[in-house]
Design a protein around this ligand. Structure first.
Ligand code: NAP
Length: 351
């Protein structure tokens, strides 16, 4: 297969670096443009970026000149990891130029015509792209918030098998979730910050769209939101990567521990998506150990694309509760976006 030329917007940021790290060895995509702000444009990538990943910077990327974020038609697909402040305008400009934008930013997530995708959960919502009004193959597809992705992957099989009424979630989110340099070290060391701007609202609303119903025959109506009450409390903790969560769920039915474990263990993506290069063999991995999952030990499970679950136990208020861990810059951002793009290619949205 000839590789598809792609651009990365925000290539110098925390998520952008992950995209660079993953895309230069990707079997389908060829990053030919690394874009960032005017501060970085014109400089070699290795000079413009402050590389913070443990993996070495791909050699090919190091010498590439950073480009501005203006549309360039040598690419057919754009990965956006821009600051939300600038993404609304930049992403629309690329879509208007006829390019498919797969975005990490919050700007278009809740727009009625924009798919908000977790490939194992709601790939069918990609059909919404047909109701967008950009020229040519232009379009915008979004990746949910980094905490939403992990939580919804765990909730989807419960909702499908038992019905889901209510969720209470407390997050403990990694420092890298705030980008680079993010939260000042003196605010976070020996500390925890019980506030992340806008995060609780995203965690309470995005799952309703993702788990909502889409009727292709009535696409103009958009997604019919799922009816689930969600209450979220979000905290920033001094962990480098990996968002942890304590989740309680109220299900429609009375179920046993064995039934919940069974639906989690059997959960897989649709058969047609199993060969996507970034699809983990097991989206949900349950650890039957009393003190797991832990960010340092478990965040790279499934190359950072699997959500790790543990400590399923009865909850006096909701019925059941469990712990969850998801890698925020891989599954929750760069890796998740790449998987969405692969699904777009597989389903013909780039043909
Ligand atoms: P970041 O580290 O602050 O990176 C921001 C990127 O945007 C940099 O490449 C920066 O380029 C570029 N940029 C800033 N101002 C610009 C402008 N005026 N014009 C063009 N480019 C500009 O942020 P991040 O954590 O990677 O997050 C990127 C996006 O992904 C955000 O919308 C965030 O909400 C979302 N997200 C982040 C995570 C996470 O875990 N970090 C997870 C999911 C989603 P320069 O280097 O040139 O300034």
């Amino acid at each position: 297969m000839t590789k598809i030329p792609v651009a990365i917007l925000g290539a110098t940021g925390a998520v952008g670096q992950r995209l660079v790290s993953l895309l230069f060895s990707h079997p389908w995509f060829d990053p030919v443009l690394l874009c960032a702000s005017e501060r970085s444009a014109g400089r070699p990538y290795a000079e413009a970026v402050r590389w913070v990943l443990a993996d070495p910077m791909p050699e090919q990327a190091a010498s590439m000149k950073v480009a501005p974020c203006t549309p360039d038609l040598k690419v057919r697909l754009v990965f956006s990891a821009l600051d939300a402040d600038v993404a609304t305008k930049a992403e629309a400009e690329w879509a208007r130029a006829g390019v498919l934008v797969v975005s990490n930013t919050r700007c278009y997530r809740m727009d009625k015509t924009v798919p908000l995708i977790i490939p194992e959960v709601n790939g069918d919502h990609l059909q919404l792209l047909k109701s967008q009004d950009w020229p040519g193959k232009g379009g915008i597809v979004t990746n949910p918030n980094c905490s939403t992705i992990g939580m919804v992957l765990a909730l989807k099989p419960l909702a499908d098998s038992f019905g889901l009424d209510a969720v209470h979630v407390v997050t403990m989110q990694a420092a890298s979730g705030a980008g680079y340099p993010g939260v000042p070290s003196l605010d976070l060391l020996d500390n925890m910050v019980p506030y992340i701007s806008g995060e609780e609202d995203k965690l309470e609303t995005e799952p309703l769209k993702i788990l909502g119903h889409f009727d292709e025959a009535a696409a103009e109506k958009g997604i019919q939101s799922a009816r689930i009450a969600i209450s979220a409390s979000c905290n920033r903790v001094p962990v480098s990567d990996g968002h942890s969560m304590s989740v309680s769920v109220r299900l429609h039915k009375k179920v046993t521990e064995a039934e919940i474990l069974s639906v989690w263990r059997q959960f897989r993506c649709p058969v047609s998506d199993r060969q996507l290069p970034s699809m983990p063999a097991q989206p949900l991995v349950y650890l039957d150990l009393p003190d797991r999952p832990q960010p340092r030990l478990d965040r790279n499970t499934g190359d950072g694309m699997s959500v790790v679950l543990g400590r399923l136990r009865p909850c006096a208020l909701f019925g059941w509760k469990f712990s969850l861990l998801s890698h925020n810059t891989i599954r929750g951002a760069a890796g998740g976006t790449i998987l969405v793009a692969e699904q777009c290619v597989q389903r013909g949205f780039l043909d």
